[in-house]
Design a protein around this ligand. Structure first.
Ligand SMILES: [Zn+2]
Ligand SMILES: [Zn+2]
Length: 384
Protein backbone atom coordinates (compact mmCIF):
# COMPACT_ATOMS: atom_id res chain seq x y z
CA UNK A 1 0.00 0.00 0.00
CA UNK A 2 1.21 3.49 -0.80
CA UNK A 3 1.25 5.76 2.21
CA UNK A 4 1.41 8.99 0.23
CA UNK A 5 -0.54 9.75 -2.92
CA UNK A 6 1.52 10.71 -6.01
CA UNK A 7 1.41 14.41 -7.01
CA UNK A 8 -1.52 15.74 -9.02
CA UNK A 9 -0.97 16.36 -12.74
CA UNK A 10 -2.44 19.82 -13.14
CA UNK A 11 -2.59 20.00 -16.94
CA UNK A 12 -4.97 17.04 -17.46
CA UNK A 13 -6.93 17.99 -14.34
CA UNK A 14 -7.45 21.53 -15.71
CA UNK A 15 -8.38 20.29 -19.20
CA UNK A 16 -10.92 17.77 -17.84
CA UNK A 17 -12.41 20.25 -15.35
CA UNK A 18 -12.64 23.16 -17.75
CA UNK A 19 -14.16 21.17 -20.65
CA UNK A 20 -16.62 19.42 -18.32
CA UNK A 21 -17.79 22.64 -16.64
CA UNK A 22 -18.31 24.44 -19.96
CA UNK A 23 -20.16 21.40 -21.35
CA UNK A 24 -22.41 20.87 -18.34
CA UNK A 25 -23.30 24.55 -17.90
CA UNK A 26 -22.62 26.30 -21.22
CA UNK A 27 -24.14 23.77 -23.65
CA UNK A 28 -27.64 23.56 -22.06
CA UNK A 29 -27.68 27.27 -21.27
CA UNK A 30 -26.96 28.27 -24.88
CA UNK A 31 -29.41 25.64 -26.13
CA UNK A 32 -32.11 27.18 -23.95
CA UNK A 33 -31.25 30.81 -24.71
CA UNK A 34 -30.47 30.57 -28.44
CA UNK A 35 -30.79 26.96 -29.63
CA UNK A 36 -28.79 24.75 -32.00
CA UNK A 37 -29.61 23.93 -35.61
CA UNK A 38 -29.94 20.34 -36.84
CA UNK A 39 -26.95 20.94 -39.13
CA UNK A 40 -24.81 21.92 -36.12
CA UNK A 41 -25.76 18.71 -34.31
CA UNK A 42 -24.95 16.69 -37.41
CA UNK A 43 -21.56 18.41 -37.77
CA UNK A 44 -20.78 17.65 -34.10
CA UNK A 45 -21.68 13.98 -34.57
CA UNK A 46 -19.50 13.72 -37.67
CA UNK A 47 -16.48 15.31 -35.98
CA UNK A 48 -17.08 13.07 -32.96
CA UNK A 49 -17.08 10.04 -35.27
CA UNK A 50 -13.86 11.18 -36.98
CA UNK A 51 -12.16 11.54 -33.57
CA UNK A 52 -13.53 8.26 -32.24
CA UNK A 53 -12.62 6.18 -35.28
CA UNK A 54 -9.15 7.74 -35.43
CA UNK A 55 -8.62 6.41 -31.93
CA UNK A 56 -10.20 2.98 -32.55
CA UNK A 57 -8.98 2.24 -36.08
CA UNK A 58 -5.79 4.33 -35.84
CA UNK A 59 -4.33 4.66 -32.33
CA UNK A 60 -5.70 1.32 -31.16
CA UNK A 61 -5.98 -1.33 -33.87
CA UNK A 62 -3.35 0.04 -36.27
CA UNK A 63 -0.63 1.46 -34.05
CA UNK A 64 -1.00 -0.20 -30.65
CA UNK A 65 -1.72 -3.67 -32.11
CA UNK A 66 -0.38 -3.67 -35.70
CA UNK A 67 -3.49 -5.57 -36.76
CA UNK A 68 -3.22 -4.25 -40.34
CA UNK A 69 -1.16 -1.90 -42.50
CA UNK A 70 -2.44 1.49 -43.62
CA UNK A 71 -1.57 3.86 -46.47
CA UNK A 72 0.17 7.10 -45.37
CA UNK A 73 -2.88 9.21 -46.27
CA UNK A 74 -5.06 7.22 -43.88
CA UNK A 75 -2.37 7.34 -41.18
CA UNK A 76 -2.16 11.11 -41.58
CA UNK A 77 -5.94 11.47 -41.13
CA UNK A 78 -5.84 9.24 -38.04
CA UNK A 79 -2.91 11.24 -36.62
CA UNK A 80 -4.72 14.58 -37.14
CA UNK A 81 -8.21 13.60 -35.96
CA UNK A 82 -6.73 11.43 -33.22
CA UNK A 83 -4.88 14.50 -31.89
CA UNK A 84 -8.27 16.26 -31.68
CA UNK A 85 -9.50 13.49 -29.36
CA UNK A 86 -6.93 14.87 -26.87
CA UNK A 87 -5.72 11.58 -25.43
CA UNK A 88 -2.00 12.25 -25.85
CA UNK A 89 0.19 11.36 -28.83
CA UNK A 90 0.02 8.04 -30.68
CA UNK A 91 3.38 7.06 -29.21
CA UNK A 92 2.40 7.68 -25.57
CA UNK A 93 -1.06 6.15 -26.05
CA UNK A 94 0.17 2.99 -27.78
CA UNK A 95 2.97 2.48 -25.26
CA UNK A 96 0.53 2.65 -22.33
CA UNK A 97 -1.97 0.44 -24.10
CA UNK A 98 0.60 -2.24 -24.89
CA UNK A 99 1.54 -2.24 -21.19
CA UNK A 100 -2.16 -2.57 -20.31
CA UNK A 101 -2.44 -5.70 -22.47
CA UNK A 102 0.82 -7.20 -21.27
CA UNK A 103 0.15 -6.70 -17.57
CA UNK A 104 -3.64 -6.57 -17.54
CA UNK A 105 -5.12 -6.29 -13.99
CA UNK A 106 -1.67 -5.99 -12.42
CA UNK A 107 -2.03 -3.02 -10.06
CA UNK A 108 1.64 -2.11 -10.31
CA UNK A 109 2.28 -2.48 -14.02
CA UNK A 110 -1.08 -2.08 -15.81
CA UNK A 111 -1.37 1.74 -16.15
CA UNK A 112 -5.17 1.60 -15.86
CA UNK A 113 -5.75 -1.62 -13.95
CA UNK A 114 -9.47 -2.25 -13.49
CA UNK A 115 -8.67 -3.94 -10.20
CA UNK A 116 -8.00 -0.48 -8.75
CA UNK A 117 -11.64 0.44 -9.17
CA UNK A 118 -13.94 2.19 -11.62
CA UNK A 119 -12.76 5.75 -11.01
CA UNK A 120 -9.06 4.92 -11.27
CA UNK A 121 -9.36 2.92 -14.49
CA UNK A 122 -11.74 5.47 -16.03
CA UNK A 123 -9.95 8.74 -15.40
CA UNK A 124 -8.08 8.67 -12.09
CA UNK A 125 -4.93 7.17 -13.60
CA UNK A 126 -4.43 10.35 -15.66
CA UNK A 127 -4.88 12.75 -12.76
CA UNK A 128 -1.85 11.83 -10.70
CA UNK A 129 1.75 10.99 -11.61
CA UNK A 130 1.31 7.25 -11.10
CA UNK A 131 4.53 5.32 -11.66
CA UNK A 132 2.59 2.72 -13.65
CA UNK A 133 1.78 5.46 -16.16
CA UNK A 134 5.40 6.48 -16.61
CA UNK A 135 6.24 6.88 -20.27
CA UNK A 136 8.76 4.33 -21.41
CA UNK A 137 9.05 4.04 -25.16
CA UNK A 138 10.98 0.77 -25.18
CA UNK A 139 7.82 -1.12 -26.21
CA UNK A 140 7.00 1.12 -29.22
CA UNK A 141 10.30 1.03 -31.11
CA UNK A 142 8.44 -0.19 -34.22
CA UNK A 143 6.23 2.92 -34.14
CA UNK A 144 9.24 5.20 -33.91
CA UNK A 145 10.02 4.14 -37.47
CA UNK A 146 6.73 5.61 -38.72
CA UNK A 147 7.46 9.25 -39.70
CA UNK A 148 3.81 10.25 -39.19
CA UNK A 149 3.87 8.93 -35.60
CA UNK A 150 7.14 10.75 -34.88
CA UNK A 151 5.87 13.98 -36.44
CA UNK A 152 2.60 13.83 -34.48
CA UNK A 153 4.45 13.18 -31.22
CA UNK A 154 6.80 16.12 -31.80
CA UNK A 155 4.02 18.60 -32.57
CA UNK A 156 1.31 17.01 -30.46
CA UNK A 157 0.35 20.07 -28.37
CA UNK A 158 0.04 22.40 -31.38
CA UNK A 159 -1.84 19.74 -33.36
CA UNK A 160 -4.24 18.98 -30.50
CA UNK A 161 -5.04 22.69 -30.02
CA UNK A 162 -5.40 23.34 -33.76
CA UNK A 163 -7.53 20.23 -34.38
CA UNK A 164 -9.82 21.13 -31.48
CA UNK A 165 -10.31 24.77 -32.43
CA UNK A 166 -10.19 24.90 -36.24
CA UNK A 167 -13.01 22.43 -37.10
CA UNK A 168 -15.24 23.77 -34.31
CA UNK A 169 -14.83 27.43 -35.25
CA UNK A 170 -14.76 26.88 -39.02
CA UNK A 171 -17.90 24.72 -39.04
CA UNK A 172 -19.58 27.11 -36.59
CA UNK A 173 -18.81 30.01 -38.90
CA UNK A 174 -19.95 28.09 -41.99
CA UNK A 175 -23.22 27.15 -40.31
CA UNK A 176 -23.80 30.70 -39.09
CA UNK A 177 -23.18 30.41 -35.33
CA UNK A 178 -19.61 30.39 -34.05
CA UNK A 179 -20.60 30.13 -30.36
CA UNK A 180 -22.82 27.12 -31.07
CA UNK A 181 -19.96 25.56 -33.07
CA UNK A 182 -17.52 26.10 -30.19
CA UNK A 183 -19.95 24.58 -27.68
CA UNK A 184 -21.22 21.55 -29.64
CA UNK A 185 -18.30 20.72 -31.94
CA UNK A 186 -15.65 21.99 -29.52
CA UNK A 187 -16.61 21.21 -25.94
CA UNK A 188 -19.47 18.69 -25.97
CA UNK A 189 -17.81 16.61 -28.69
CA UNK A 190 -14.53 16.47 -26.75
CA UNK A 191 -16.14 15.49 -23.44
CA UNK A 192 -18.22 12.73 -25.09
CA UNK A 193 -15.21 11.54 -27.06
CA UNK A 194 -13.12 11.35 -23.88
CA UNK A 195 -15.57 9.35 -21.82
CA UNK A 196 -16.54 6.89 -24.54
CA UNK A 197 -12.86 5.91 -24.88
CA UNK A 198 -12.38 5.87 -21.10
CA UNK A 199 -15.32 3.47 -20.72
CA UNK A 200 -13.24 0.81 -22.48
CA UNK A 201 -10.70 0.91 -19.66
CA UNK A 202 -13.31 1.06 -16.91
CA UNK A 203 -16.76 -0.38 -17.78
CA UNK A 204 -15.48 -2.87 -20.39
CA UNK A 205 -13.49 -4.47 -17.56
CA UNK A 206 -16.48 -4.60 -15.18
CA UNK A 207 -19.77 -5.02 -17.04
CA UNK A 208 -20.48 -7.78 -19.54
CA UNK A 209 -19.85 -11.42 -20.40
CA UNK A 210 -16.65 -13.41 -20.77
CA UNK A 211 -17.15 -15.99 -23.53
CA UNK A 212 -13.50 -16.33 -24.63
CA UNK A 213 -11.41 -16.18 -21.47
CA UNK A 214 -11.79 -15.71 -17.74
CA UNK A 215 -8.08 -15.12 -17.26
CA UNK A 216 -8.61 -11.34 -17.00
CA UNK A 217 -11.37 -8.82 -16.20
CA UNK A 218 -12.10 -7.79 -19.83
CA UNK A 219 -15.75 -8.15 -20.89
CA UNK A 220 -17.85 -8.26 -24.08
CA UNK A 221 -20.67 -5.74 -23.98
CA UNK A 222 -23.05 -4.84 -26.85
CA UNK A 223 -24.18 -1.56 -25.30
CA UNK A 224 -20.61 -0.36 -24.91
CA UNK A 225 -19.79 -1.56 -28.43
CA UNK A 226 -22.52 0.72 -29.74
CA UNK A 227 -21.00 3.81 -28.11
CA UNK A 228 -17.38 2.95 -28.83
CA UNK A 229 -17.39 2.05 -32.53
CA UNK A 230 -17.13 -1.66 -31.79
CA UNK A 231 -14.52 -1.61 -29.03
CA UNK A 232 -16.98 -3.05 -26.51
CA UNK A 233 -16.05 -6.62 -27.47
CA UNK A 234 -13.17 -6.34 -25.09
CA UNK A 235 -13.06 -9.92 -23.82
CA UNK A 236 -12.42 -11.12 -27.39
CA UNK A 237 -9.95 -8.31 -27.92
CA UNK A 238 -7.85 -9.12 -24.87
CA UNK A 239 -7.42 -12.70 -26.01
CA UNK A 240 -6.91 -12.00 -29.71
CA UNK A 241 -5.39 -8.53 -29.66
CA UNK A 242 -3.74 -8.93 -33.07
CA UNK A 243 -7.11 -9.33 -34.84
CA UNK A 244 -8.32 -6.23 -36.72
CA UNK A 245 -11.85 -7.16 -35.62
CA UNK A 246 -13.23 -6.83 -32.08
CA UNK A 247 -16.81 -7.84 -32.83
CA UNK A 248 -16.10 -11.06 -34.64
CA UNK A 249 -19.65 -12.30 -35.23
CA UNK A 250 -21.54 -10.99 -38.24
CA UNK A 251 -24.27 -9.48 -36.08
CA UNK A 252 -21.94 -7.66 -33.72
CA UNK A 253 -21.73 -3.89 -34.16
CA UNK A 254 -18.15 -3.08 -35.05
CA UNK A 255 -17.98 -0.09 -37.44
CA UNK A 256 -14.21 0.17 -36.89
CA UNK A 257 -13.84 -3.30 -38.43
CA UNK A 258 -16.06 -2.27 -41.35
CA UNK A 259 -14.03 0.92 -41.89
CA UNK A 260 -10.76 -1.07 -42.02
CA UNK A 261 -12.35 -3.63 -44.35
CA UNK A 262 -13.67 -0.96 -46.74
CA UNK A 263 -10.27 0.78 -46.63
CA UNK A 264 -8.66 -2.51 -47.67
CA UNK A 265 -11.03 -2.75 -50.63
CA UNK A 266 -10.05 0.79 -51.64
CA UNK A 267 -6.36 -0.09 -51.46
CA UNK A 268 -5.79 2.08 -48.36
CA UNK A 269 -5.27 -0.84 -45.96
CA UNK A 270 -3.63 -4.24 -46.29
CA UNK A 271 -2.45 -7.31 -44.35
CA UNK A 272 -5.60 -7.47 -42.22
CA UNK A 273 -5.01 -10.03 -39.46
CA UNK A 274 -7.78 -12.46 -38.53
CA UNK A 275 -7.81 -15.21 -35.91
CA UNK A 276 -8.87 -18.55 -37.50
CA UNK A 277 -12.47 -19.48 -36.59
CA UNK A 278 -11.42 -22.81 -35.07
CA UNK A 279 -9.07 -21.03 -32.66
CA UNK A 280 -11.92 -18.76 -31.57
CA UNK A 281 -14.17 -21.78 -31.04
CA UNK A 282 -11.36 -23.48 -29.15
CA UNK A 283 -11.16 -20.55 -26.70
CA UNK A 284 -14.93 -20.61 -26.23
CA UNK A 285 -15.02 -24.37 -25.63
CA UNK A 286 -12.17 -24.23 -23.16
CA UNK A 287 -13.91 -21.43 -21.25
CA UNK A 288 -17.14 -23.48 -21.17
CA UNK A 289 -15.28 -26.59 -20.00
CA UNK A 290 -13.64 -24.63 -17.18
CA UNK A 291 -16.99 -23.18 -16.20
CA UNK A 292 -18.55 -26.65 -16.21
CA UNK A 293 -15.81 -27.98 -13.95
CA UNK A 294 -16.16 -25.05 -11.56
CA UNK A 295 -19.94 -25.42 -11.39
CA UNK A 296 -19.52 -29.10 -10.71
CA UNK A 297 -17.06 -28.40 -7.89
CA UNK A 298 -19.21 -25.72 -6.27
CA UNK A 299 -22.48 -27.69 -6.37
CA UNK A 300 -23.44 -31.09 -4.96
CA UNK A 301 -24.20 -32.54 -8.41
CA UNK A 302 -24.38 -36.17 -9.34
CA UNK A 303 -21.30 -37.97 -10.63
CA UNK A 304 -23.09 -38.45 -13.93
CA UNK A 305 -22.21 -34.83 -14.73
CA UNK A 306 -18.58 -35.37 -13.88
CA UNK A 307 -18.48 -38.25 -16.39
CA UNK A 308 -20.14 -36.07 -18.99
CA UNK A 309 -17.65 -33.25 -18.47
CA UNK A 310 -14.78 -35.71 -18.91
CA UNK A 311 -16.41 -37.09 -22.06
CA UNK A 312 -17.03 -33.68 -23.60
CA UNK A 313 -13.49 -32.65 -22.72
CA UNK A 314 -12.04 -35.75 -24.35
CA UNK A 315 -14.16 -35.34 -27.47
CA UNK A 316 -13.01 -31.76 -27.79
CA UNK A 317 -9.32 -32.63 -27.25
CA UNK A 318 -9.56 -35.13 -30.11
CA UNK A 319 -11.20 -32.57 -32.38
CA UNK A 320 -8.51 -30.05 -31.48
CA UNK A 321 -5.68 -32.45 -32.23
CA UNK A 322 -7.27 -33.38 -35.54
CA UNK A 323 -7.77 -29.69 -36.37
CA UNK A 324 -4.11 -28.86 -35.66
CA UNK A 325 -2.95 -31.68 -37.96
CA UNK A 326 -5.35 -30.72 -40.74
CA UNK A 327 -4.42 -27.07 -40.51
CA UNK A 328 -0.75 -28.00 -40.84
CA UNK A 329 -1.41 -30.05 -43.96
CA UNK A 330 -3.52 -27.21 -45.33
CA UNK A 331 -0.58 -24.80 -44.92
CA UNK A 332 1.74 -27.35 -46.56
CA UNK A 333 -0.66 -27.93 -49.45
CA UNK A 334 -0.91 -24.20 -50.01
CA UNK A 335 2.88 -23.88 -50.06
CA UNK A 336 3.12 -26.73 -52.51
CA UNK A 337 0.59 -25.11 -54.83
CA UNK A 338 2.64 -21.90 -54.86
CA UNK A 339 5.78 -23.83 -55.78
CA UNK A 340 4.30 -25.89 -58.64
CA UNK A 341 5.06 -24.58 -62.10
CA UNK A 342 3.77 -27.18 -64.59
CA UNK A 343 0.09 -27.14 -65.58
CA UNK A 344 -0.55 -30.74 -64.57
CA UNK A 345 1.28 -30.54 -61.24
CA UNK A 346 -0.55 -27.35 -60.40
CA UNK A 347 -3.93 -28.88 -61.00
CA UNK A 348 -2.98 -31.87 -58.82
CA UNK A 349 -1.87 -29.59 -56.00
CA UNK A 350 -5.09 -27.59 -56.43
CA UNK A 351 -7.21 -30.72 -56.05
CA UNK A 352 -5.29 -31.75 -52.95
CA UNK A 353 -5.74 -28.33 -51.38
CA UNK A 354 -9.45 -28.44 -52.16
CA UNK A 355 -9.85 -31.83 -50.48
CA UNK A 356 -8.04 -30.65 -47.35
CA UNK A 357 -10.02 -27.39 -47.29
CA UNK A 358 -13.28 -29.32 -47.40
CA UNK A 359 -12.17 -31.59 -44.56
CA UNK A 360 -11.06 -28.58 -42.56
CA UNK A 361 -14.40 -26.82 -43.10
CA UNK A 362 -16.29 -29.95 -42.00
CA UNK A 363 -14.18 -30.26 -38.87
CA UNK A 364 -14.58 -26.57 -38.08
CA UNK A 365 -18.32 -27.02 -38.34
CA UNK A 366 -18.09 -29.96 -35.92
CA UNK A 367 -16.09 -27.83 -33.45
CA UNK A 368 -18.73 -25.12 -33.73
CA UNK A 369 -21.42 -27.67 -32.89
CA UNK A 370 -19.31 -28.85 -29.95
CA UNK A 371 -19.16 -25.27 -28.71
CA UNK A 372 -22.95 -24.95 -28.88
CA UNK A 373 -23.37 -28.26 -27.07
CA UNK A 374 -20.99 -27.10 -24.33
CA UNK A 375 -22.90 -23.85 -23.80
CA UNK A 376 -26.19 -25.77 -23.47
CA UNK A 377 -24.54 -28.22 -21.09
CA UNK A 378 -23.10 -25.48 -18.84
CA UNK A 379 -26.47 -23.73 -18.75
CA UNK A 380 -28.11 -27.00 -17.68
CA UNK A 381 -25.49 -27.48 -14.97
CA UNK A 382 -26.00 -23.96 -13.69
CA UNK A 383 -29.76 -24.51 -13.50
CA UNK A 384 -29.38 -27.71 -11.44
ZN1 LIG B 1 -8.52 -3.63 -21.60
ZN1 LIG C 1 -6.14 -3.18 -27.18
Amino acid sequence: MQSEKPPIMWLPVTVFLFTTIVTVIGVPWYGYAVGYSGAMWLAAILVLGANGMSITAGYHRLWAHNSYRAHWSLRLLFALFGAAATQNSILVWASGHRRHHRHVDDNERDPYSAKRGFFFSHIGWMLRAYPSGKVDFSNVKDLQRDPIVVWQHKHYVVLAIAMNFIPALALGWLLGDIVAGALLIGFLRLVVSHHTTFFINSLAHIWGRRPYTEANTARDNDVLAFFTYGEGYHNYHHLFQGDYRNGVKWWQYDPTKWLIFVASKLGLASKLKRTPAAKINQAMIETQLKRAEETFKSKPLSLRFSDQIALESMRFQQQLQHWKELRLSWVEAQKELMEQRGEELRSMAETELLVISEKLAALEFEIKQQRKRMIRFVNRLAAC
